[in-house]
Write a protein of this length. Structure first.
Length: 470
């Protein structure tokens, strides 16, 4: 046991605090309780190094620091309890404009029963750099806060790709503890990437700015992940290349989602290519990304002719509002929508189609494109128009029927307070005699002729109806 640690006891704590407050080295006094370590005291330099404040006094390492940092320090403090003597370790302190090699010495403090109840930690800067000026300390706090709180994984390397600084997100992404990476470099983690990253290093050394790139990596457990990586060179005040900064984002879920979507789209296209329905994939702006071959047989356009054009180019101008005002807004809230529009053929004519829109959504639930599946319904629309005509007109003369006339008469009566209207009731004299003498076919022709003559003598907005009984 060393002479210094032999004589450090709990009774020395007030003196140690007083001395520590005047030291430029970082001083930490940790209370030992149930195998945990609690901050009892820190000097000003200690607050700067640990990025803590007086509110952290009385709290444990794990309450104040990121998990990886707390685990690393706990291991060092536990070594004191195991060895029952002074220990030391080295670490690298990295700030935006300052880097130094630090040596921390841990001294045990014993109570009256000779048990270690406190540990005194003194961290010294054993390199040539200093961080005494207020401006440097301020920049360091900002930099450290960013590195530790950003969700992106961050690592700082020397020119041999040894780790100098790693944030909590980096440990979490790869599944390592701080103590495991202390003596490792990047190529120990990813040996298969050495040749590639040495090429990137050469580009950085030449002063080139590298674009962000996607890279397959391995986690500690051997699981493969996809990452988006950015590499930046750090130079000193003389412009010399001295460090490499890596920012890394885990995009595994995003890549898997895109692959599933692509696989789904491929399967869908295999089906669509052999479907008689008119199938299109349309992006959020309304431009066609895919059109099934069936369009050629139905409307006379090839798939190649349609891709890249707006869907509205193939819709009757009177029907565009149906899609623009209803369909696209409705897709934000519904899983499917159906509507009927007229689609333009290559010869300039139009046919009726029923279209079903189904949104394709991303992992957040927002739609990125729609699948439009249409089928021709021209014959059905003609039949519907015929039924509609039969419901509103007299089947023989084509005039408005009695039911519709009654509705029109009620509407005219309701507005009669402001506008006058005339009502004429006409009867075909001796019409029965014509049917008896010349037959019903002649009688029918007479009714048709009367209807045409009456319609030709009134305005378009006027109503001529057959009431029955003739």
């Amino acid at each position: 046991m060393s002479i210094v640690s032999k004589y450090l006891k709990e009774t020395h704590i007030p003196l140690l605090k007083e001395l520590g407050s005047s030291m430029s080295d970082c001083v930490f006094l940790m209370q030992v309780s149930n195998d945990q370590f609690f901050y009892e005291f820190m000097n000003e330099a200690g607050y700067e190094l640990a990025r803590l404040n007086p509110m952290n006094i009385g709290k444990s390492l794990h309450e104040c620091l990121p998990d990886s940092e707390a685990a690393f320090l706990s291991e060092q403090y536990h070594n004191v309890l195991i060895l029952q003597q002074k220990t030391s370790y080295h670490d690298t302190v990295i700030f935006p404009n300052v880097q130094y090699l630090a040596e921390t010495t841990l001294f045990p403090l014993r109570n009256d029963q000779s048990q270690i109840s406190y540990i005194l930690a003194i961290t010294k800067n054993i390199s040539i750099y200093t961080m005494n000026s207020p401006e440097v300390r301020y920049l360091n706090r900002i930099f450290s806060s960013y590195v530790e709180n950003t969700e992106e994984a961050f690592a700082l390397f020397d020119l041999e790709w040894n780790f100098l600084k790693i944030n909590e997100s980096f440990y979490r992404v790869f599944g390592y503890q701080k103590s495991e990476l202390y003596d490792m470099n990047w190529f120990d983690m990813q040996p298969e990437l050495k040749a590639h990253f040495l090429e990137l290093y050469t580009l950085l050394e030449k002063g080139e700015k590298l674009k962000r790139f996607d890279q397959q990596l391995h986690r500690k457990d051997g699981e493969i992940m996809m990452a988006s990586i950015g590499l930046t060179a750090i130079v000193d005040e003389n412009g010399n290349f001295i460090r490499v900064v890596m920012t890394l984002e885990d995009i595994t879920d995003e890549v898997h989602t895109k692959l599933k979507l692509k696989e789904s789209e491929v399967r869908y296209r295999l089906i669509a290519d052999f479907s008689q329905d008119l199938i299109k994939i349309i992006d959020r702006e309304g431009y066609i990304q895919y059109a099934s071959p069936s369009h050629w047989h139905v409307i006379g356009y090839t798939s190649e002719e349609m891709v890249g054009y707006h869907y509205a180019d193939y819709v009757h101008e009177e029907d565009i509002d149906i899609v623009q005002e209803n369909a696209l807004s409705y897709l934000q809230h519904s899983s499917e929508l159906r509507y009927e529009v007229r689609m333009r053929k290559s010869n300039g004519t139009f046919l009726w189609v029923e279209t079903r829109l189904t949104p394709v959504k991303d992992e957040k639930g927002y739609y990125t494109k729609v699948v439009a599946s249409s089928r021709e319904i021209t014959k059905r629309k003609r039949a519907e128009e015929k039924l509609k005509q039969m419901a509103y007109t007299d089947h023989l003369t084509g005039l408005t029927n009695r039911r519709v006339f009654d509705d029109q008469l009620k509407m005219a009566a309701q507005s009669s307070s402001t506008r006058n209207f005339a009502l004429l009731y006409l009867d075909g004299d001796q019409f029965k005699q014509i049917n008896d003498d010349f037959g019903h076919n002649v009688g029918d022709e007479l009714l048709i002729m009367m209807g045409k003559r009456l319609k030709s003598t009134v305005r378009k907005k006027d109503v001529v109806a057959r009431m029955g009984g003739d």
